[in-house]
Design a protein. Structure first.
Length: 297
């Protein structure tokens, strides 16, 4: 299977996943009762199974190619080879292995198809961290690339802030020059001495959150909220960012109680008078914002 073919098929898969995740893409979101329709009357079910089968064949074929190259001693160590060599340890099965390894194709569309193991192998841990396994009614496994997409979205928000708020970027550059200097890149051990940089990252995540609809939860008991009954088992969507101007309907990242002038990009809101990171907002797990949700993990 050629490089161009792999790239186009992965692009096609990602577009399908993105479209499927858009609110309102399927009627079943508005009328959950039709979830019980048989496949012949539910187009989205038929499409989902068809695409799952198609993508599984692609990923398993690529994994088989890596396996053959590995046995022939013609490939380097990487995420895919680790899965193959430690199959008994992870006990995932061929299908799950293929889908998990397949997530790296999102960041390797220009690489030769057999090179799951390429110079980008250092990035595989990141792409694997973005893999999310969801067990369906038949315990089928679907692996998403959300972690990668959200990282790209966060970087896009950063570049937007850099254009709109050059003063904040200038302060960050001054801190980098003073702590790191011009002759090397920042290291993890520099983090404690870069409070403004860390505050800037927090503000990017708050200002334009990559999870505007939050992370859904399910009510573990009946509850009442503003006169509305929330029955046990109801799916509750966390409102991270809501553009509504109605009082009481702002998302948590835009709540003036926590974030005065919330529309402004101000990393200083995370710093104390001494220029160090201030005490984070309670119930945010030391993040200082609600982009990753709140409460029990």
């Amino acid at each position: 299977m050629g490089v161009d073919v792999i790239g186009s098929r992965v692009d096609e898969m990602l577009k399908r996943l993105s479209n499927a995740c858009l609110p309102g893409s399927y009627l079943v979101e508005y009328f959950p009762i039709i979830l019980h329709l048989p496949d012949m009357l539910a187009k989205w079910k038929r499409e989902g199974k068809e695409f799952f089968k198609k993508d599984t064949i692609m990923f398993e074929g690529l994994m088989d190619s890596v396996r053959m190259k590995l046995h022939a001693g013609e490939t380097r160590a990487c995420f895919a080879t680790v899965l193959i060599e430690d199959e008994k340890k992870y006990d995932l099965g061929a299908q799950k292995e293929a889908w998990l390894a397949g997530t790296i194709l999102y960041v390797m569309q220009s690489a030769p198809p057999l090179l799951f193991c390429s110079k980008l192998s250092n990035s595989l841990a990141i792409s694997a961290a973005g893999a999310e396994t969801v067990g369906g009614p038949n315990h089928q496994t679907i692996t998403s690339t959300d972690g990668i997409v959200q990282t790209a979205a966060t970087l896009t928000a950063f570049f937007l802030a850099a254009v709109l708020y050059p003063g904040a970027m200038h302060k960050a550059q001054i801190e980098l020059d003073a702590v790191v200097g011009p002759d090397r890149v920042p290291r993890l051990e520099d983090r404690a001495r870069l409070p403004y940089i860390e505050a800037l990252v927090k503000e990017v995540l708050r200002w334009r959150p990559v999870t505007p609809m939050g992370l859904s939860r399910r009510a573990d008991q009946d509850d009442w909220y503003n006169g509305y009954l929330i029955p046990k088992g109801t799916l509750v969507i966390w409102n991270t960012w809501n553009v509504s101007n109605q009082p009481g309907f702002r998302g948590m990242n835009r709540d003036p109680k926590y974030f005065p002038d919330y529309e402004e990009f101000r990393p200083e809101r995370y710093l104390d008078d001494a220029g160090q990171l201030s005490e984070p907002i309670p119930d945010t797990h030391a993040q200082g914002h609600f982009t990753y949700g709140s409460g029990r993990r």
